[in-house]
Design a protein around this ligand. Structure first.
Ligand code: PLP
Length: 225
């Protein structure tokens, strides 16, 4: 994908979200764009901040800690989401740093996050990540374990706002998005974190409230611009 200038890259994504929302009789404003800035340096992030983007996603606690304090000092209204796997021993740092955590997926992590919330007094929005394609190596809780994990998370004081999933690669994502949406409805959860650069329209049409977009905003990761 060609790298556009940052304002037009943002406008293109906003237009894609709006078009899909209209088709599904939804309001474009009900979908939050999380700009996934993992592996991107401040020089790539700054132009998006200057263009008005405020919600960003990172997949590693350490990387975010190195990059964001300086940027946040200049843009205090930034909202930072953790979209990657989280180790329990980094729970406190994650709670201190992030406003939302999309990867709550197991009992030990719920415990660690509950303790971190108690200690720091911070209470980020939490999404329970579901292994929606029941894939061996993938993060996310098994669908069968979701009710118990949600109950445990609420008991532990987490603010659970919704569900998150990354569907299997290489197959049509729609059935997986639809299943995640059904699970969220069944559990009375309003937020749905699903859809990335290549499938955000499908996700929005099926109810996504947060789309996590990296490549379509920043260009391919790990290649020189
Ligand atoms: C990297 C990443 C994204 C963004 O993916 P793109 O295909 O670059 O848009 C979204 N969600 C998660 C969990 C990611 O790790």
């Amino acid at each position: 994908m060609e790298r556009q200038d940052d304002k037009s890259a943002l406008a293109t994504i906003a237009a894609r979200i709006a078009a899909a929302a209209r088709l599904a009789d939804r309001k474009p404003g009900d979908v939050t764009l999380v700009a996934v800035s993992k592996t991107q340096g401040p020089e790539a992030i700054e132009p998006l901040l200057a263009a008005g983007q405020r919600v960003f996603g990172e997949n590693r606690v350490q990387e975010a800690a190195a990059k964001w304090p300086d940027l946040r000092a200049r843009y205090p209204d930034v909202v930072l989401h953790l979209v990657g796997q989280l180790q329990s021993n980094k729970a406190e740092e994650a709670v201190a740093q992030f406003d939302a955590i999309h990867s709550v997926d197991r009992s030990s992590l719920v415990k660690a996050l509950g303790a971190a919330i108690g200690k720091t007094g911070r209470r980020p929005d939490c999404f329970v990540q579901v292994n929606i394609g029941e894939e061996e190596q993938k993060g996310g809780c098994a669908i069968a374990d979701l009710p118990a994990l949600l109950a445990q998370a609420r008991d532990a004081g987490l603010s659970v706002v919704g569900l998150m999933a990354v569907p299997p690669a290489g197959v049509e994502a729609a059935p997986y998005f639809a299943l995640l949406a059904k699970l969220a409805r069944d559990h009375g959860l309003v937020e749905l974190s699903m859809g990335m650069s290549d499938d955000l329209e499908t996700a929005v049409m099926l109810g996504a409230t947060q789309v996590r977009v990296g490549t379509a905003l920043f260009g391919a990761r790990g290649t020189a611009a």
